[in-house]
Ligand binder design. Structure first.
Ligand SMILES: [Zn+2]
Ligand SMILES: [Zn+2]
Length: 472
């Protein structure tokens, strides 16, 4: 005698995931053939795992539930009105050699408390919990995005929860340094420490970031905000992604707070705290923009370049939508004009742009968070996303005379990037089961790029990466 039915959209029974924080997406369907005796007043769906009870809002009959898997086998019960279903999910941490380690960097002389309003806890333990949770949310976003594009739920592995790193750099000195200096100096220190390892990428946050907006007028731009923030960083590349913590006060500490933090409409007090929200001005938007920015920078450590659209462009402000059902419209008009990027966007190669935008329009756009195709395939075959064993160096080479790229392990992605800003100008992906071992860059595709020098990035089937300045 059912009328309601719970449908799961993104998981099949007994699926195995390699990370512990999953997003279950689904809907409640009305069955017309029978009648439900319950009145439909409940706006929530209820989940139970072990003895933990969770509830998530239904929006137009749809839901997204964030669940933490604590054991290898998990039986999740979902309840709505007259319908109860059970979803079994297996959790098996990936046995890969390559990982990401979140760090909370405390500079010499600093107490380790990040800047926050008085009623927000901001001690070291609190920072570690916020950063660990943020890293897990990103693991989940990446897995879900690759799954949507039929690449399986691949994602990076976390080496551990966030750890404290005590830097010998004095915090007052750090506050006088520019982003690049901080990135270079701290990166060198981490690499040379006991933690340093070529198989670990560091996702680091600097505790001593300080926003000083007391004496400023209210209508300032993002550039002004950044100028007012000492030891503010958002840079990623090589083995280090580094961030300031001036907006960490908007991040959740516990999983149960994620949805409310994304939806938090409290206005940022710009006299006191950093507003990095893409001109939306709320705590929720700050959380979304800064979490998205962390993903963008982390992806630079996975060797991704820039794209006009998507996460590697400015398309990361609405990462909240990956977790929320309700679609808010974002102030897209401001994105291109008002916001300065971590590196300059300059490309007058119109022909190449065309290729880029065609790709992004093909990409899934349901929640506005996506990678363009070559970025997505790059990640899917990256060593940090697979069970690659270190040391199997295969040969990738480029023969300029014929413009032929050769790989002994099979080509997956070829990108030509602008040397200055890393913008992907042209790209080719090879996604079939039958590997391609050589490819001639088609002269017709090259257009204005012909006879120019560009950065060539090639990734093979085993995740080996060739990067070289080439003349094509
Ligand atoms: Zn019912
Ligand atoms: Zn970037």
């Amino acid at each position: 005698m059912r009328m309601h039915e719970i449908i799961i959209h993104n998981f099949k029974p007994n699926e195995t995931v390699y990370y512990d924080l999953i997003i279950i997406k689904g809907a409640i369907r009305d069955k017309q053939t029978s009648t439900c005796r319950e009145s439909r007043t409940d706006e929530n769906i209820y989940l139970e795992l072990d003895s933990t009870n969770l509830s998530f809002k239904l929006v137009n009959g749809k839901f997204k539930a964030l669940v933490e898997l604590k054991s290898l086998q998990n039986s999740i019960t979902l309840k709505y009105c007259c319908s109860i279903i059970t979803l079994d999910i297996n959790y098996s941490p990936r046995a890969t050699f390559f990982s990401v380690l979140p760090l909370y960097i405390i500079c010499e002389g600093h107490d380790g408390k990040f800047q926050s309003p008085l009623n927000e806890s901001n001690d070291v333990g609190n920072a570690l919990r916020r950063i660990t949770l943020g890293a897990k949310l990103l693991q989940s976003v990446v897995a879900e995005k690759l799954y949507e594009e039929k690449q399986g739920r691949k994602t990076f592995r976390l080496e551990d929860s966030c750890r404290v790193f005590h830097s010998s750099l004095n915090y007052l000195k750090a506050r006088k340094m520019i982003q690049e200096e901080l990135w270079t100096s701290l990166g060198r220190e981490i690499v040379n420490s006991d933690l340093g390892h070529e198989r670990i990428k560091f996702l680091s946050f600097l505790s001593c970031t300080k926003y000083c907006g007391e004496n400023c007028e209210d209508n300032f731009t993002h550039d002004d905000i950044v100028k007012l923030t000492q030891a503010h960083v958002a840079l990623g590349g090589g083995g280090l992604a580094l961030f300031g913590t001036a907006c960490l006060y908007t991040w959740p500490e516990k999983l149960s707070e994620v949805v409310e933090k994304f939806e938090d409409s409290t206005t940022v007090d710009r006299k006191k705290f950093m507003d990095d929200s893409c001109y939306r001005g709320t705590w929720g938007a700050c959380f979304s923009t800064t979490l998205g920015a962390v993903l963008h920078e982390l992806c630079h450590t996975f060797d991704l370049g820039h794209t006009q659209k998507g996460i590697m462009g400015r398309g990361f402000d609405d990462i909240c939508k990956v977790f929320l059902c309700n679609k808010q419209t974002s102030p897209g008009k401001m994105y291109q004009n008002s916001i300065k990027f971590d590196e300059k966007f300059e490309s007058n190669l119109t022909e190449a742009r065309k290729t880029c935008s065609i790709q992004s329009e093909n990409a899934k756009d349901q929640d506005d968070t996506f990678w363009t195709r070559s970025c997505l395939i790059f990640l899917a075959h990256h060593k940090w996303f697979n069970n690659t064993k270190p040391g199997n160096k295969k040969i990738i080479k480029f023969e300029p005379a014929l413009r032929v790229v050769k790989s002994t392990d099979g080509l997956r992605v070829i990108e030509l990037r602008n040397e200055d800003n890393g913008m992907v100008l042209l790209s080719w992906t090879f996604e079939g089961k039958i590997l391609k071992y050589s490819f001639q860059l088609p002269e017709d595709d090259l257009g204005e790029l012909r006879y120019h020098s560009v950065m060539m990035f090639v990734e093979d089937n085993a995740g080996n990466i060739f990067k070289h300045l080439v003349n094509i």
